[in-house]
Write a protein that binds this ligand. Structure first.
Ligand code: GLY
Length: 439
């Protein structure tokens, strides 16, 4: 079996490992030369992931049986349609269906049209004046979201990144004028509570949920600072999170199942791939956003504990024959911590050398995933994005955190950092307490 993997981050390194564990041959297309993925691959293509035609040529030359698409940008660009046109099936939705992530307007309209529970009040504008009038009259705290893709950094919320309504109106104008993620904005009611993620394998009609994960978007310890693509994440051995009940999980999975049905009815096409639901847990889960792919870092919490054969799951996604029993996870907790360059998210120090003692990390029983680094003359250098991630897996979150933290000490460099608090008892306790206050 030959599999093409598109994407070169730590998420894709985790996918690459899962593909190799299944015994398949790996071919990879990515922008930067990820040393972890390169090592596992028969052949790599260094190319921007949205260059769909060039990637399709590479896929044909390599004779791959199917492709797994990691990031959202090539999905939004229609890579699945292009590869499909060459007879190469994909784990990843077609362009029409990838709008569930690529257009927040499409997503909210779909939820409204098909009466899917768990949505938020919203309105969409392409005129800053009309948006400002709406903001003045709405009377409740809001979130301002560019309609299109912004790498997870475009959302701004009152009382958080936006001080008051005046700042919200200014940001709306900026989004529309500078075309940040398109020239339209979604104004949503502000959701309050604790966030959680559910990722699911979807074969067109069956939605098989993976263990829940909580990501940490803020750059600094104590959930302080600016938003990033995600500084680290954890999952628990029972598939839930310490502040989430089984009925919350069932509610959220139902929202995802209804969305997959609605997508089929709306587009007359089947969603095949990974669906990622990000929820805010208040009195009940409210859907914040859908992604049409694995989360990064969340993929690194679920794939290392997947005991089923990943390639067989992919084949069943493509064939539309996936069953609950096909995706079994070890009952283990996981903690993932990202090492990033100083300034990541606002102005990274790129080009700094990082030293990685892989052998010592292995001895600590931790997993290492390379992300956006360059390998030059045997040296690992930072780029502007996240550098590499370490994952601990164990019987409890506390033990997994200790493994990750002790392993990460074997990654050194002058201008890099990580959040030591992710997965610690103290931070989790704070989340439990904040949930009690909301409920
Ligand atoms: N962890 C957030 C994302 O993957 O978009």
């Amino acid at each position: 079996m030959k599999v093409l993997l598109v994407g070169g981050g730590a998420r894709e390194h985790a996918i690459a490992e899962a593909i190799k564990r299944s015994g398949a041959e790996l071919f990879a297309a990515m922008k930067n030369r990820n040393p972890g993925i390169a090592r596992l691959s028969e052949k790599i293509l260094l190319e921007h992931e949205t260059e769909t035609k060039k990637i399709a040529e590479f896929a044909k030359e390599s004779g791959v049986d199917f492709a797994v698409i990691g990031p959202e940008a090539p999905l939004a660009e229609g890579i699945v349609d292009v590869l499909g046109g060459e007879g190469i099936p994909c784990v990843g939705p077609a362009k029409k269906l990838a709008r569930i992530e690529a257009s927040k307007e499409f997503m909210r309209n779909l939820m409204q049209k098909y009466k899917i529970p768990g949505s938020l009040e919203y309105a969409v504008f392409d005129d800053a004046g009309e948006a400002s009038e709406f903001i003045d009259s709405y009377g409740k705290p809001i979130a301002v979201k560019p309609v299109g893709l912004t790498g997870g950094k475009g959302v701004k919320v009152i009382g958080d990144q936006l001080k008051d309504l005046e700042e919200a109106k200014k940001y709306v104008r900026e989004v529309i004028e500078k075309k940040i993620g398109g020239d339209r904005v979604v104004i949503e009611e502000k959701a309050v509570g604790e966030e959680f993620t559910i990722q699911a394998f979807v074969d067109g009609s069956h939605v098989i949920a993976m263990p829940m994960v909580q990501d940490h978007k803020r750059a600094f310890e104590g959930d302080a600072g600016h938003n990033t693509g995600g500084m680290g994440s954890y999952s628990d051995s029972n598939g839930l999170l310490p502040f989430v009940t089984e009925s919350d999980r069932e509610y959220a999975v139902e929202v995802m199942k209804k969305t997959v049905d609605a997508l089929r009815r709306e587009t007359r096409e089947e969603y095949k791939g990974i669906l990622y639901g990000q929820f805010m847990l208040g009195k009940e889960p409210r859907l914040i956003e859908f992604n049409c792919r694995f989360g990064d870092p969340e993929a690194m919490n679920v794939l290392p504990i997947l005991s089923s054969d990943f390639v067989k799951i992919c084949q069943k996604i493509i064939d539309g024959t996936l069953k609950e029993r096909d995706a079994v996870f070890e009952k283990k907790a996981t903690v993932c911590k990202y090492v990033v360059p100083e300034g990541y998210g606002i102005g990274s120090r790129a080009g700094e050398i990082i030293s990685v003692d892989e052998e010592a990390i292995r001895r600590k029983r931790a997993l290492l995933y390379y992300a956006a680094v360059n390998e030059e003359n045997g040296k690992i250098c930072t780029t502007s994005s996240r550098s590499l991630a370490v994952v601990g897996t164990a019987g409890s979150i506390e033990e997994a955190e200790k493994i990750a933290e002790s392993a990460i000490a074997n990654i050194t460099g002058e201008h890099i950092y990580h959040r030591r608090d992710i997965g610690t008892k103290a931070l989790i306790q704070r989340k439990i307490e904040s949930m009690k206050a909301v409920r």
